[in-house]
Ligand binder design. Structure first.
Ligand code: 1QQ
Length: 384
C-alpha cells in the first residue's frame, strides 16, 4: 500500500516535470506552472451587480475583468477575482466582506460600490487587516475609516466644487434649487458639498427638496421648484432617481441647467431620461474624448471585449483600481500578505491610469484631476 503510494507520487512528479518541460518549449528552465493557479493573488470584489443601480456594478465588473485578463497575460503577477453581489445594501456588503475575509481568505478587496456600503463594510476589513479599495465611493470620510481603507474614486469634495463653480460662471447663476436623496449616505454628503460651494460663491439657495432612493414621483418637489424659477437645479442622487427627476422637470417646463454629483456619471442616466438629460452637468476624472494613447487603447480593448460598448467612468475607475492592486502586489512581493499589500498601496505616488495621473496623499485620499462634463444630444461632452 505504502509502496504503491510512493510509486504513484513518483509517476506524478515525472509526469508533471515532463509536462512543464514541454510547456516551456524545451530550452528555458522549468517554471512551476502547475502551482501558478494557487499562487494567484485572490482579490474579493463587492459590487452592486443586481437591482436598481446594477449598471454601476456591471461597468465596474467589466473594467475589472478586462484589467485582470491583461495583468494575467503580462505575467508579472497573477490575479483571481472572487465576486460578491451586495445589491447596494449595507447588510449584504457586510456579509460579503465577512465571507471574503474569513472563508475565501482574500488578500484584498475592491468595492463596495456605494459609500453607504463602504461605511458598513470598510471597518470590518480594516479591523481584519485586509486592504479594501472603493472604486466609486466618493462621500466625505471614507479613508478616515482606517489605515486599510482606500479609494481611487474622485471624492465629491474635489468634484462638486469644479462642476458647481463652472456652472455658476458659465450660466451666471444667482439663485438655485437643490434636491437630494436623504436616505443615501453618499447623496447626503454630495448635497452638503453643493450647499457649501454655493454659499462660498454667494449663490442663493431658494429651495431644498428631499426624496428617498427608489422614489418614483417627484411632482410635488419639482412643481414647487418650478414656481420659484431658479437659474439652475442641483441634484445629488443615483442615476435611477436623477433620470426620473430630469424627465419630470423637463415635462413641467423646467429647462434650466442641472448640476449633478457622481451618480450622474453613468450613461444609464441618459438611457432612462433620454433628451431630458441634455444640459446636465457633472465632474468626472474620466472622459473618453481625451486624446491620450492609454485612454484610447483602453477604449478600443474594452469595445473589442464588450460588444462595441464604450467604457464609462465606473469601468475606467475599476480598471485603474486593479492595476493599482497589481503594482502594489508586485512591490509587496507576496500574493497573501495583507499588511505588506496595504503598505505597498499606501506608497503609490506616480501611477498613470486611464483616469489620469494618480497618487494617494498622506490621508490615503486620491490626488487626481477632473473634467467638467455636460450632456449634449445624449452624449457626455466637455463643458469648456
Ligand atoms: C457613492 C457614489 C455612487 C454614485 C456610486 C455608484 O459615488 O456612493 O459614493
Amino acid at each position: 500500500m505504502k509502496k504503491g503510494l510512493v510509486k504513484w507520487f513518483t509517476g506524478l512528479t515525472i509526469g508533471a516535470l515532463l509536462l512543464t518541460t514541454v510547456g516551456c518549449g524545451g530550452g528555458s528552465a522549468p517554471v512551476a506552472d502547475s502551482g501558478s493557479q494557487s499562487e494567484a493573488a485572490k482579490i474579493g470584489v463587492i459590487s452592486y451587480l443586481t437591482g436598481g443601480g446594477a449598471a454601476y456594478g456591471e461597468a465596474i465588473k467589466e473594467g475589472l475583468d478586462l484589467a485582470k485578463d491583461e495583468i494575467n497575460a503580462q505575467g508579472k503577477v497573477k490575479i483571481e477575482l472572487v465576486y460578491m453581489d451586495s445589491r447596494g445594501e449595507k447588510t449584504e456588503a457586510i456579509n460579503a466582506a465577512n465571507k471574503l475575509i474569513n472563508k475565501d481568505n482574500v488578500v484584498g478587496i475592491i468595492g463596495p460600490t456605494l459609500s453607504g456600503e463602504m461605511f458598513a463594510a470598510g471597518p470590518i476589513a480594516n479591523q481584519s487587516g485586509v486592504p479594501i479599495m472603493g472604486t466609486s465611493t466618493t462621500a466625505e470620510g471614507i479613508p478616515a475609516l482606517g489605515d486599510f481603507v482606500f479609494r481611487n474614486a474622485l471624492p465629491e469634495f474635489l468634484a462638486v466644487p469644479q462642476a458647481v463653480e463652472k456652472a455658476i460662471s458659465k450660466y451666471d447663476l444667482k439663485k438655485v434649487a437643490v434636491m437630494y436623496s436623504n436616505n443615501n449616505d453618499w447623496a447626503v454628503s454630495g448635497y452638503k458639498t453643493i450647499e457649501k460651494t454655493l454659499k462660498e460663491n454667494g449663490v442663493e439657495i431658494i429651495a431644498t427638496e428631499t426624496f428617498a432612493d427608489k422614489d418614483t414621483d417627484y411632482s410635488a418637489q419639482l412643481t414647487k421648484i418650478a414656481s420659484l424659477k431658479p437659474d439652475a437645479v442641483m441634484v445629488s442622487s443615483l442615476y435611477q432617481e436623477a433620470a426620473l427627476v430630469l424627465k419630470k422637470a423637463r415635462e413641467i417646463g423646467i429647462t434650466v441647467p442641472f448640476v449633478g454629483t457622481n451618480g450622474f456619471n453613468s450613461p444609464e442616466l441618459i438611457k432612462i431620461a433620454g433628451q431630458a438629460a441634455d444640459g446636465a452637468i457633472v465632474a468626472s476624472p474620466w472622459f473618453p474624448g481625451k486624446a491620450d494613447e492609454k485612454v484610447q487603447k483602453f477604449i478600443a480593448d474594452y469595445k473589442a471585449k464588450y460588444n462595441n460598448k464604450v467604457p464609462d467612468q465606473f469601468a475606467a475607475q475599476s480598471y485603474d483600481a486593479l492595476y493599482l492592486y497589481a503594482s502594489a502586489l508586485e512591490q509587496a512581493g507576496s500574493t497573501t500578505d495583507r499588511q505588506k499589500l496595504r503598505d505597498a498601496i499606501a506608497t503609490i505616488k506616480d501611477f498613470q491610469g486611464v483616469t489620469g495621473k494618480f497618487a494617494f496623499d498622506e490621508n490615503r485620499e486620491p490626488v487626481m484631476g477632473a473634467t467638467v462634463l455636460i450632456i449634449k444630444d445624449g452624449q457626455f461632452t466637455e463643458l469648456k
